[in-house]
Write a protein that binds this ligand. Structure first.
Ligand SMILES: C[S@@+](CC[C@H](N)C(=O)[O-])C[C@H]1O[C@@H](n2cnc3c(N)ncnc32)[C@H](O)[C@@H]1O
Length: 245
């Protein structure tokens, strides 16, 4: 469906996609997850806050929902940083923080996950919502991104991922419905609402062909995490993975 020809193409393609999507991003996200994205982020936030972390990083924070929920639920005891390379996404995140009176509990910074601007072992926890797929699906920089996450996590630190996944292999009807929904609804409606055909072609292609929960668990273990557990959401359409370094 979509082919990448090289590192520069992939990096700038994703940057262009996420610089052009912001006006519709939150709305489309809510629509496609049937309004469940907020609930799934909340479950991920609970995982992030286990063990009472002092410093939490939200990578690929987008319009800031994961960071803001951590800041809100951490009740002032957690220092939260959100990082993303799309300035329009970060602008939205900052506006939300101001509106919700959370500006003093969370900072949003511009940067690439290939070079996280913090020293080794700085964070107790790193969270990522609906963006790990972008970092790792046919992405030639995937190894660099994971190495950076591992570098800035403290020994014993937690990496929490909430991401779309694949329905359980045993359930053929659900698998068919999932494919139909992503290929025909997500792709066409996303294209219609955003006007960006290429972006939704990539998003639906990557959603259909990304790792299932066990595969992602294996990938994280092979990447250097010592313990990786997961929980399936909505019959496997999404999953939360917790990986300990
Ligand atoms: C699908 S959005 C997810 C946003 C947000 N985490 C959420 O829950 O809605 C993916 C985000 O990843 C960001 N992104 C992708 N690759 C990145 C990279 N290499 N460095 C920094 N941000 C990146 C994009 O700019 C975009 O905001």
């Amino acid at each position: 469906m979509f082919g990448f020809t090289g590192k520069a193409t992939q990096g700038s393609f994703l940057h262009d996609v996420f610089t052009s999507l912001p006006p519709h991003y939150d709305l489309i996200n809510h629509l496609f997850t049937l309004g469940l994205d907020g609930r799934w982020r909340l479950l991920a936030v609970r995982e992030c806050l286990k063990g009472n972390p002092q410093k939490v990083l939200d990578i690929c924070c987008g319009t800031g929902d994961l960071s803001l929920t951590i800041a809100n639920m951490g009740s002032g005891c957690v220092e939260v940083t959100g990082i993303d390379f799309s300035r329009p996404m970060l602008e939205k995140a900052k506006q939300k923080a101001e509106k919700r009176g959370l500006s003093d509990r969370v900072s949003f910074i511009s940067g690439d996950i290939a070079a996280i601007p913090f020293p080794d072992g700085h964070f107790d926890c790193i969270g990522v919502s609906f963006a790990f797929r972008n970092l790792t699906y046919k992405n030639p920089f995937a190894g660099k991104y994971i190495a950076e996450v591992i570098r800035v996590l403290k020994p014993g630190g937690r990496f929490v991922i909430v991401e779309s996944s694949q329905p359980h292999p045993g359930s053929k009807i659900i698998k068919w419905l999932h494919r139909f929904y992503v290929r025909h609804i997500v792709y066409r409606v996303g294209w219609l609402v955003s006007g960006n055909k290429e972006a939704y072609c990539y998003l639906s292609d990557s959603a259909l062909n990304y790792y299932g929960a066990e595969e992602l668990q294996r990938f994280l273990t092979e990447s250097g995490f010592s313990r990786v557990s997961f929980r399936r959401l909505l019959l496997g359409a999404a999953a939360i993975h917790v990986a300990i370094i």
